[in-house]
Design a protein around this ligand. Structure first.
Ligand SMILES: Cc1ncc(COP(=O)(O)O)c(C=O)c1O
Length: 476
C-alpha cells in the first residue's frame, strides 16, 4: 500500500444508482434462485434495441469513403486528411467540420444561429458538468450552486468532489422549480458568503423528476436568473427524447437566452454513449477581476485545454457522419434536422412509455388517493409516489423496501431520497422517502418480447404497490 498521507481527501458516498447497479448481479441471482423474472424499471441506460452500433459503423465508413473521394484521392496508399486528423493531436476545439455541421443542424432545429467557434467539445454531458464546475471552483472562494430538489445524481456527485462547493436546492412543483424559492436561495447563499455562479437543471425530461418544465415557469426562472445575475446551466440529454406534441413543446433556455445560458449537449441519447461526444455552448460574457468582460466560451476553452487537452477527433468525426445523410446526387449531405435521427430511438421509448402509462391507468387509476405518478413529456423516467395520506399502510421507499422489491417481486426500482441534495433532506427529512424513480428505457429484450416484458414489469409493479399499501394480498 502506498504510504501517502492525504489529510484532506474524503471518501465520497456512493450514489444509490451506482449501489444498485453494483448489487444487481447478486440480486439477479437471488431472484433467479427464487424462480422470479427480473423486471427492469431501474436502469437509465439507452435501450440496446436502438444502440446497436453496426448500422452506424457502416454509415460512418461510407461517409469517410466519401470524404476520401472528395479529397480527390485515388491512390489507396495516400493517407487521407480526415484519417490523419482522426488519430492526431488537435486543437482543444477539435475538427471544425464536426462543430460547423452540429452548429448548422442544431441551429435549424432550435431557430437560431450557433457560433461554431463557441462550441467546446466535452466528454458527454458529464464532461460539460465537470467543465462548468471547474471554471468556478477556485481556492479561496466558497461557491454555491443552485439546483432542483431532486436533482441529477451526476451533478451532486461532481459537486461533492470540491470541498469548498455546496448546493442550495430549490423545491419543485409540477411545472418546475419555485421561482421565489430560487431567488431566496440565491440570496441566502450570498448572505452566507458564497459566490453563486449558476443554477443547474434538466428542463426537458428531468432526471430524476420525470417531467418537463412549463414554458411559463422557464420564463419566470429566466427572469430570476437575469435579475440576480446568475447563469442557467441547461443539461439537455433528453431534448430530443421528447413525447410532447411539437406545437406544445417548451423552448430550451438556449434558444430563449443564449447569453444567460450554458447549454450542455450530449450525443449519448440520440447517438451512442460510448464515443462520449458532447458540447458546451454559451454566448454569455463574464466580468472578471479587473472589470474586463470575457466570453464564457473562451474561459471554458482555456479550462478545457488544461483539463482534457482535446477530445477524440475520430469520435467527433463519427458524430459528424451521424449528422449527414446519403444523397443520390451528392453522396452525402448535411441533415436538415436531428429529429429524424431521434425518431429512430423514439419509436422504442414512446411505445414503452405508453405501455407504462396504460398499465398504471388500468391497474392503479381507481386508487388515486394511494398513488400518483408523473407524466413524462420527455426523457426516460416517471416518479411514482406513495401518497401515504391516511388510506392504507404508509410506505417508506428505503433501502430495505428496495431490496424487498427485488427479492419478492424481481423488480429493480430506484428510490428517490438519494436524489435530494443534503440541504433538501435537512429541510424535510422525509424528502423522497415515499417516492421511486421508475425508468421505461431499458430492458434486455427487443421487439414484441420487449413490449411484453415492459407490460409484465409494470403489471408486477402494480401488484407490488397495491400489496405494499395493503390494498390486496401479495398473491393476487
Ligand atoms: C441529466 C443527465 N445528465 C447527464 C447524463 C450523462 O450523460 P453523458 O453520457 O452525456 O455523460 C445523464 C445520463 O443519464 C443524464 O440523465
Amino acid at each position: 500500500m502506498a504510504n501517502l498521507v492525504a489529510p484532506k481527501v474524503q471518501k465520497q458516498a456512493v450514489s444509490v444508482t451506482r449501489k444498485m447497479s453494483a448489487s444487481l448481479p447478486g440480486l439477479r441471482e437471488i431472484a433467479a434462485q427464487r424462480g422470479l423474472k427480473v423486471h427492469h424499471l431501474g436502469a437509465g441506460y439507452p435501450h440496446p434495441e436502438v444502440t446497436d452500433p453496426r448500422g452506424f459503423l457502416r454509415h460512418q465508413e461510407a461517409y469517410f469513403e466519401f470524404l476520401r473521394e472528395r479529397e480527390g484521392l485515388n491512390d489507396p496508399d495516400v493517407l487521407p486528411e480526415y484519417l490523419r486528423e482522426a488519430y492526431s493531436y488537435t486543437d482543444t476545439l477539435g475538427p471544425v467540420s464536426a462543430r460547423q455541421t452540429f452548429a448548422n443542424v442544431y441551429g435549424k432545429d432550435w431557430g437560431f444561429q450557433l457560433d461554431a467557434e463557441k462550441l467546446i467539445p466535452t466528454v458527454g454531458a458529464s464532461g460539460g458538468i465537470n467543465l462548468i464546475c471547474s471554471m468556478f471552483e477556485h481556492p479561496g472562494q466558497q461557491v454555491a450552486y443552485i439546483t432542483d430538489a431532486p436533482t441529477y445524481a451526476g451533478f451532486t456527485a461532481r459537486v461533492a468532489l470540491c470541498q469548498h462547493a455546496t448546493i442550495f436546492s430549490v423545491d419543485m412543483d409540477g411545472e418546475g422549480p419555485l421561482p421565489d424559492t430560487m431567488r431566496a436561495q440565491i440570496r441566502a447563499a450570498r448572505e452566507q458568503g458564497y459566490f453563486v455562479p449558476f443554477y443547474y437543471t434538466v428542463p426537458d425530461g428531468h432526471n430524476p423528476g420525470g417531467f418537463s418544465f412549463s414554458q411559463a415557469r422557464r420564463e419566470a426562472i429566466l427572469e430570476v436568473a437575469r435579475e440576480e445575475g446568475i447563469l442557467i446551466v441547461e443539461d439537455a440529454p433528453y431534448l430530443y427524447i421528447n413525447f410532447a406534441d411539437p406545437a406544445q413543446r417548451a423552448k430550451p433556455f438556449l434558444s430563449m437566452a443564449p447569453d444567460q445560458t450554458v447549454h450542455l449537449f450530449t450525443g449519448s441519447k440520440i447517438g451512442f454513449p460510448g464515443p462520449r461526444v458532447g458540447f458546451l455552448y454559451s454566448e454569455a460574457e463574464l466580468e472578471i477581476t479587473d472589470g474586463q468582460k470575457v466570453s464564457l466560451s473562451e474561459l471554458a476553452l482555456v479550462e478545457s485545454s488544461s483539463e482534457l487537452l482535446f477530445h477524440s477527433p475520430g469520435a467527433l468525426r463519427g458524430f459528424e457522419a451521424l449528422l449527414h445523410e446519403r444523397d443520390e446526387a451528392e453522396g452525402f449531405v448535411e441533415r436538415q434536422s436531428i429529429w429524424p435521427l431521434a425518431e429512430e430511438k423514439l419509436v422504442v421509448y414512446r411505445e414503452n412509455r405508453e405501455i407504462l402509462l396504460e398499465v398504471f391507468a388500468r391497474e392503479l387509476g381507481a386508487y388515486t388517493e394511494y398513488f400518483s405518478w408523473t407524466i413524462p413529456e420527455g426523457g426516460f423516467f416517471t416518479v411514482f409516489t406513495f401518497l401515504n395520506s391516511g388510506a392504507g399502510k404508509p410506505v417508506q421507499t428505503n433501502d430495505a423496501m428496495i431490496e424487498n422489491m427485488v427479492m419478492e417481486h424481481g423488480l429493480v426500482v430506484i428510490p428517490m431520497y438519494d436524489f435530494y441534495p443534503k440541504d433538501a433532506r435537512q429541510r424535510d427529512p422525509g424528502a423522497g422517502m415515499n417516492q421511486l424513480r421508475l425508468s421505461f428505457c431499458f430492458s434486455e429484450s427487443a421487439g414484441q418480447q420487449r413490449r411484453d416484458d415492459m407490460r409484465e414489469a409494470v403489471e408486477a409493479f402494480c401488484v407490488a404497490a397495491k400489496a405494499l399499501v395493503g390494498l390486496v394480498g401479495v398473491s393476487e
